[in-house]
Ligand binder design. Structure first.
Ligand SMILES: Cc1cc2nc3c(=O)[nH]c(=O)nc-3n(C[C@H](O)[C@H](O)[C@H](O)COP(=O)(O)O)c2cc1C
Length: 203
C-alpha cells in the first residue's frame, strides 16, 4: 500500500500517523489557569528535544478552533509540569482526557493527589515516578488547523528513589506506559541491551 497523505482526510492522515509513530511516551501535563485552578491532561505528541538545556515538546491540537486548556494555561502562566505515566496512573490519566463541563475538576474526578513543585507554581502529581517542572521556552503555531507546539525547558526533575540509580533512571524499574495507535497502549518492559556500534574497534 502506498498512500499520499494529501489524498486523505485530516482524520485518516492522523490515524495513519499515530499508528506509525509508536510507541509514544505520555506527558501527563499539569497546568494552572489565572485563578490557580489546576488542570491535568495527557499528551502523547511528546518528546525530548535537546539536553542542554533540557528541552521537551508537546503538541496540543485545538478543539473547534479553540485552544485546549493546557495550551491556554501554559501561554498565560509560562510554566507547566510533565508527569510521567506508569501503571498506577493509567486510569486517572484516561479520566483526565475527558471533556468535563466547566467548573468540574479533573483532579477530583481522577482522584489525583497533587504536591507542591519546587521551582514553578504549578503543582505536580504525587503518584508519578518522574516529574519535570518546565518553563515555557517557545510556542509555535504549526499545521493548518492550527496546532500549538509548546517547547518547555525542564528547570527541575523529581525522580522517585525507587527508580533512581547512580544518576540515571532505572529502566527495568520505571515501566512507563506508552500510547500506540487507536485505543492501544503498551508497557515498555521487554528490555534488551545493545552497546553502541563502534567502527574503530571493529577494524
Ligand atoms: C493517551 C492520550 C494522549 C493524548 N495526546 C494528545 C496530544 O498529543 N495532543 C492533543 O492535542 N491531545 C491529546 N490527547 C487528548 C487530550 O488529552 C484531551 O483533548 C484533553 O481533554 C485536553 O484537555 P485540556 O483542554 O484540559 O488541555 C490525548 C489523550 C489521551 C488519552
Amino acid at each position: 500500500m502506498t498512500i499520499d497523505p494529501r489524498t486523505l482526510s485530516p482524520r485518516d492522515a492522523y490515524n495513519l500517523l499515530v499508528g506509525a509513530v509508536v510507541p509514544r511516551p505520555i506527558a501527563f501535563v499539569t497546568s494552572m489557569n489565572d485563578r490557580n485552578v489546576v488542570n491535568a491532561a495527557p499528551y502523547s505528541f511528546f518528546n525530548a528535544l535537546t539536553g542542554s538545556p533540557p528541552l521537551i515538546m508537546i503538541s496540543v491540537g485545538r478543539k473547534k478552533g479553540q485552544m485546549k486548556h493546557t495550551a491556554e494555561n501554559i501561554l498565560r502562566q509560562k510554566e507547566f509540569v510533565v508527569n510521567l505515566v506508569t501503571d498506577e496512573l493509567v486510569h486517572s490519566m484516561n479520566i483526565s482526557s475527558a471533556d468535563f463541563p466547566e467548573g468540574m475538576s479533573e483532579i477530583e474526578q481522577a482522584k489525583l493527589t497533587l504536591v507542591a513543585s519546587t521551582v514553578v507554581r504549578t503543582p505536580r502529581i504525587e503518584t508519578s515516578k518522574v516529574n519535570c517542572e518546565c518553563v515555557l521556552y517557545k510556542h509555535l503555531e504549526i499545521g493548518t488547523d492550527p496546532t500549538d507546539l509548546i517547547i518547555g525547558e525542564v528547570v527541575q526533575f523529581h525522580v522517585k528513589d525507587e527508580v533512581y540509580s547512580n544518576g540515571a533512571i532505572d529502566q527495568a524499574k520505571l515501566r512507563p506506559i506508552a500510547r500506540m495507535g487507536g485505543n492501544f497502549y503498551s508497557r515498555a518492559n521487554d528490555l534488551f541491551e545493545l552497546g553502541r556500534y563502534n567502527y574503530e574497534k571493529k577494524k
